[in-house]
Design a protein around this ligand. Structure first.
Ligand SMILES: [Fe+2]
Ligand SMILES: [Fe+2]
Length: 351
């Protein structure tokens, strides 16, 4: 089933059919004592008030706040606002739900981002790393999750496709650095770009809004989960979890946050781990700053962000115009998305 109607397209007088997220739900009674449901329904284009007047108790018992429901409704005007009079509603099945309809989505061209990653997977020549990458990404569910997952609940790349965008960005950053420092182990750094945050596919849930932590995500964290995914691929392939390059890869996964207080159980202790931590941090921070620029909205002057507790500072941000950013990006042929993402190099045509 497709998404159906989108909130921003709904006008009074129309019929509405489609999937919406229940942001608010309350059972009330009319002056005559008849129960009715007050709902706020949303998707990633906005939210709209809705009422269920008939069979309110029965229909309302089939779903809760946070669920995705399928509705049939009439759009009416009430107090100058568009409102939905819901005639039918039922909880949607998991397989009917596309999370990109209900959560923010990466501004990048995700198809190209995946092309960057799949090309990189094919380029890795070191036998064990190549086998592990192929084993992990040939699993359909893993590949789907890697393409969809956010890279965080907040902070950086906290949207559908965020993990893919971040990983593709790192593949390209690694390419630039290896060009300048050719003695670095390119296959190892490329593998780390693709796998350092792979644990996020189990750490986070995004099938229904909001993006949240799973139980194992909260209890173990994506670093531990990432190592488990690599180890289980090794076991499936019959290769040692501690062979030289696998060990070096797991060291990067474990140390990529750079410091123990940021969740890394070990500090970066190889050249590649030191480099990778810096690149990961660079990509995450620039994406975070892009978010701050977006949050300020369109402006023609420099200005201050709110105080950022995590960084213990305000940020001084440049003028921002969505149109200029898009034009610059299009000029450089780098992305088709909207918004102030940092320039990327991806221009691949290979699928
Ligand atoms: Fe991470
Ligand atoms: Fe990362």
């Amino acid at each position: 089933m497709g998404k159906g109607a989108r909130v921003r397209d709904i006008r009074p007088g129309g019929k509405v059919e489609g999937l919406f997220c229940v942001s608010e739900k309350a059972l009330r009674t009319t002056r005559n004592g008849a129960p009715f449901l007050v709902l706020t329904l949303s998707d990633n284009t906005g939210q709209i008030e809705a009422r269920v007047w008939d069979n309110a108790q029965e229909l309302g018992s089939g779903f809760d706040k946070g669920d995705i429901i399928f509705i049939e409704a009439d759009a009416v005007e009430f107090n100058g606002q568009c409102q939905l009079k819901v005639n039918r509603c039922e909880q949607a099945l998991d397989e009917e739900i596309d999370p990109s309809h209900f959560l923010p989505v990466s501004p990048c061209d995700l198809k190209k981002a995946w092309q960057v990653c799949s090309k990189a997977i094919k380029r890795v020549k070191e036998p064990n790393l190549a086998l592990v990458l192929k084993e992990i990404f040939s699993d359909k569910a893993t590949k789907k999750a890697f393409k969809e997952a956010p890279a965080a609940k907040r902070m950086h790349h906290a949207y559908i496709g965020g993990l893919l965008e971040h990983s593709a960005s790192l593949v390209e950053l690694v390419g630039l650095v290896v060009n300048r420092y050719p003695h670095l182990h390119s296959d190892l750094l490329v593998s780390a770009s693709l796998l350092h945050d792979i644990g996020k596919i189990r750490e986070l849930s995004w099938a229904r809004p909001p993006i949240d932590y799973t139980d194992e995500g909260r209890l173990l964290g994506h670093i531990q989960l990432g190592v488990e995914i690599i180890d289980s691929a090794c076991k499936g392939l019959g290769i040692s979890c501690n062979s030289e390059n696998i060990l070096a890869l797991k060291h990067i996964v474990l140390s990529h946050h750079g410091q123990k207080e940021f969740g890394s159980p070990v500090l970066p202790m190889t050249e590649e781990a030191v480099v990778f931590h810096m690149l990961d941090d660079l990509d995450a921070k620039l994406n975070f700053l892009s978010g701050l620029k977006m949050a300020r909205g369109e402006t023609k002057s420099w200005g201050w962000s709110d105080y950022q507790h995590l960084f213990e500072r305000f940020f001084f941000l440049p003028p921002f115009s969505m149109q200029e950013t898009d034009e610059k990006a299009t000029e450089q042929g780098i992305h088709k998305g909207k918004g102030p993402i940092q320039p990327t190099l991806w221009d691949t045509d290979e699928s």
